[in-house]
Design a binder for this molecule. Sequence first.
Ligand code: ADP
Ligand code: ADP
Length: 231
Amino acid sequence: MIKLNKLTKVYRTDEIESTALNEVSFEIKEGEFVSVMGPSGCGKSTLLNILGMLDKPESGSYEFLGNEVSKLNEKGRSEVRKKNIGFIFQNFNLIDELTVFENIELPLIYNNVSASERKKRVNELIDKIGISHRASHFPQQLSGGQQQRVAVARALITRPPLILADEPTGNLDSSNGNEVMELLCELNEEGTTIVMVTHSSHDASYSQRTINLLDGQIVSEKKSKLAQAAV
Ligand code: ADP
Ligand code: ADP
């Protein structure tokens, strides 16, 4: 699904150059659940932004679903992103002025799905994640864990084959965090590919493989204990 070859990203501000990613190469197969770990500033967010086509690399190649991303223009990237990628953020990034239902519905509106189909799909998913009784509430009326579940639902509603998650449990206590991780595992079992940036080795243990970054380079890769046990 994802194939990076010697991907490099340099940020330039005034006279200062900072190499955030330095010739990073790896592959992620469809159906995998991969964590990306490493100290602050090692390039995790940059990597996720590039995978999500929100940012462009300096050099190297990024193939997504068999297509070289650098050959796509802005519009092409946005189409590929809308159709294939769901994002989950540490701060939930829900729209406070919209209800739970409306937040989850938004990506379907962007994808020109009809109102009746939107209603059906949002209700189904709200049910699945156990917050139907909160459909007409606003994000600020929910607990952090509930907000993140809404954010997961919003990322999923278009049924994207890839979910990119940036510290999805970073603002949650451990019990809410575990609930969100279990939800991600369930999705992965249903076939969704997940790439998750995390500081937590506990969260990483839910994934099948961990890529460790340091100063913009991959320093190690390991299969998680759970994945090893399953073989
Ligand atoms: P992480 O997510 O692992 O904390 P980042 O990808 O945010 O790391 O950052 C990697 C490096 O790139 C850091 O040295 C950071 O200061 C630098 N960096 C990130 N974003 C920018 C930016 N917009 N402009 C300049 N430097 C940046
Ligand atoms: P994270 O908590 O994911 O590590 P950071 O605190 O590293 O995030 O970065 C938050 C935002 O600030 C990101 O959008 C990143 O691109 C930007 N940023 C990070 N480092 C720099 C920098 N040195 N100069 C300008 N922007 C930066």
